[in-house]
Design a protein around this ligand. Sequence first.
Ligand code: NAP
Length: 287
Amino acid sequence: MINALTRLCCLIGHPIGHSVSPQMHNAAFRALGLNYVYVAFDVPPEKLDEAVSGLRALGAAGFNVTIPHKVAVMKLLDELDHSAERAGAVNTVVNDRGLLRGYNTDVYGIRRALGGRELPINKPALVIGAGGAARAAVAALMDLGFRRILIANRTLERGMALADWARPLGVSADAISLEEGRCKAVECGIIINATSIGMHPDTGATPLTSEEMRRGTIVLDLVYNPPKTRLLEEAERAGAIIVSGVDVLVYQGAEAFRLWTGVDPPIEVMRRAAIEALEGYVEDEGR
Ligand code: NAP
């Protein structure tokens, strides 16, 4: 029941129609009986300043930030947590009595999705992509102990910029073309797709085929719509260990939930709600 004491959490982005965060967070609030609500606001870039001031003035408990505002929002906040400074982007903001503090829970989400298993840290890791998600992937791989990272990207200069960022932090990082990435993938212990290749509605696309991957390699696709992408199907065919982007979505959201409420998130409730919302999304599109 929404009443005069209900706390507001939200997403700001542009566009936001594809987001399943409202379903995921509202299911979690309901499951724990917390008097919070989560909504999504489509905020174009020229309205970002006003939107952030408005959320501060309204006393929102916190908000998520998505494309294209993850970097631009940083200068509008009062403090940046180490996680946001490291990732160079903010995806979660906590409003602490008018003080806005920015966090990045994507790195945590990737780390947690890959954790709980033995990782081949002595083998090279392959990250496909060089945008914000790729940077979070590189940071998570460093945290997990990988020391050699190959960054394959369509635009080589962006890959080089990401490798230049990573090297001083103590890893060997090289930028390569997507074609080179396809050849090198069999030598890698872990592969992370951080491009939008394979995302709905282009679900037939994949950055790698089964012949280009090997049995036992860990393959994480950050694309979560559909939950099982063509890349993951190809990886499974090759005998690889697959990890869905839905896991990262759930864990990054769960960490934001914990930051806003101070309460342990109901992970399985959030996962179920996210998957149901994604299934509904695909059905709606098909109509
Ligand atoms: P971004 O900053 O816009 O970067 C997009 C990346 O994809 C760039 O490397 C771009 O290459 C590459 N790319 C796009 N279309 C391509 C194509 N047709 N062929 C080859 N490369 C292509 O976006 P982002 O924030 O990093 O997000 C990337 C993906 O990760 C999205 O699908 C997003 O939904 C997903 N993601 C998922 C989670 C999660 O919780 N699971 C969290 C964050 C992001 P260029 O540099 O050449 O343009």
